[in-house]
Design a protein around this ligand. Structure first.
Ligand code: FNR
Length: 387
């Protein structure tokens, strides 16, 4: 298969590689998928205003997020259960992030355990995504386990108190809470022999596909539950339905490393989070997978930027498919962008080399865009570069 030259090409290869139900789980969103489409449309509505005759012989994408140097302003968003896409799973996420000198934020619904992920990249520490839990014992154990494994930053996802209504999953009879992936709803598995061989080779994924209990499909959480003496079934009670600002406050008091809060779009919430001392806000609508009807994050970014002090990094998440999108977000005050589906498409298409391929494309597109705008470094980007 030829190497795609854009993210859309990786999406197409992922579509061919995966059974329909699995592809739809990645590609789909909640409700009418309006928010997901808007995330894209907002980037398309905003045009560039270049400055010509500038020396752009040297162009750097390097930046810092939460005082950490990164080779480019791209972060790999948390994406759970990606072992279903390819046996490399989240290991591909951390390996590609290390290769590219950027931050991977691994999901608490990972196919691999905390330690398996950090052991894969001993010289490059990823961040860990978690949800706010009322049960302080469980919450605390999750934080100390992440710290002991070597995760250096935490990302608290706050827009998933319940699951969004994802109609493609309903149509495909695919249930994620609790996970219910059966050979029945992965119809046509035989038509995807490479995918089938991959998941059969990786025993953990087969185990996952035959389980129905939420706790059993999350090795990270399952091992914690075991040590907490809790039953897998009770994990449902631990879902963040009852979470409040106190849970963020608690986390700030109990974690001294970089702390990002993901899923904020309301300027008032952004102010509140900044007052509680978060280092970064991920301006995110979960890629449209949760509440359908939220405007595009790119459209909301300036209002959130205006609400919080410059020392709080804003990370834009949702709809990024081009290096040019990242440049536009930086022009409006983002420090970096997260990409979710793009790296998962790369993973499904070609494992770790596919995730690397997606990052290569985004970086090359960013560098070309910046040179054509007449800009040599990301710190030069501002609203004057947008029409
Ligand atoms: C996600 N996302 C997500 N977010 C999170 O905080 N925890 C999680 O476990 C997951 N799981 C997950 C699985 C899959 C398959 C996808 C596609 C996404 C949301 C993700 O972090 C991010 O917010 C969106 O993907 C951003 O939108 P784009 O880049 O996909 O348009």
């Amino acid at each position: 298969m030829s190497r795609p030259y854009n993210v859309a090409g990786y999406r197409e290869q992922a579509r061919r590689a995966l059974p329909k139900a699995i592809f739809d789980f990645v590609d789909g969103a909640a409700g009418d998928e309006w928010t997901m489409r808007e995330n894209r449309a907002a980037f398309e509505r905003r045009a560039f205003l270049p400055s010509v005759l500038r020396d752009v012989s040297e162009c750097s994408l390097a930046t810092t997020v939460c005082n950490r140097e990164m080779a480019s302003p791209i972060m790999l968003a948390p994406a759970g259960l990606v072992g279903m896409m390819h046996p490399d799973g989240e290991r591909a996420q951390v390996l590609a992030a290390r290769e590219h000198g950027v931050i991977a934020v691994t999901s608490s619904a990972s196919t691999y355990s905390f330690e398996e992920l950090t052991d894969a990249v001993p010289d490059h520490r990823p961040w860990f995504q978690l949800y706010p839990y009322k049960d302080r014992g469980f919450y605390g154990e999750m934080v100390s386990r992440a710290a002991n494994a070597g995760f250096t930053g935490l990302c608290l996802t706050v827009d998933a108190s319940v699951s969004g209504k994802r109609e493609r999953d309903l149509a495909n009879h695919l249930s994620v809470r609790p996970l219910r992936v059966t050979w029945g709803n992965v119809t046509g598995a035989a038509r995807h022999p490479r995918w089938l061989a991959g998941v059969l080779r990786e025993r953990r994924i087969v185990a996952r596909m035959s389980t129905e209990a939420l706790g059993q499909d999350r090795p990270t959480l399952r091992s914690l539950l075991r040590s907490a003496g809790d039953s897998a079934a009770n994990l449902v009670e631990l879902l963040p339905r009852q979470s409040t600002w106190e849970d963020l406050e608690w986390l700030r008091d109990n974690w001294s490393g970089p702390l990002a809060v993901k899923g904020i779009v309301n300027p008032e919430d952004a102010r509140h989070a900044a007052r509680l001392g978060v280092d970064a806000i991920v301006v995110s609508n979960h890629g449209g997978r949760q509440l359908d009807g939220i405007p595009a994050t790119f459209d909301l970014l300036p209002r959130v930027r205006g609400a919080v002090d410059e020392h709080v990094d804003l990370i834009l998440d949702g709809g990024v498919r081009r290096g040019a999108d990242i440049v536009k977000a930086l022009c409006l005050g983002a420090s970096a962008c997260m990409v979710g589906r793009p790296w998962v498409y790369g993973l499904a298409a070609a494992g770790v080399s596919g995730v690397n391929g997606v990052l290569d494309i985004l970086e090359e597109e960013m560098a070309t865009t910046m040179a054509l705008l007449g800009v040599r470094s990301v710190s030069e980007l501002g609203s004057s570069h947008l029409a």
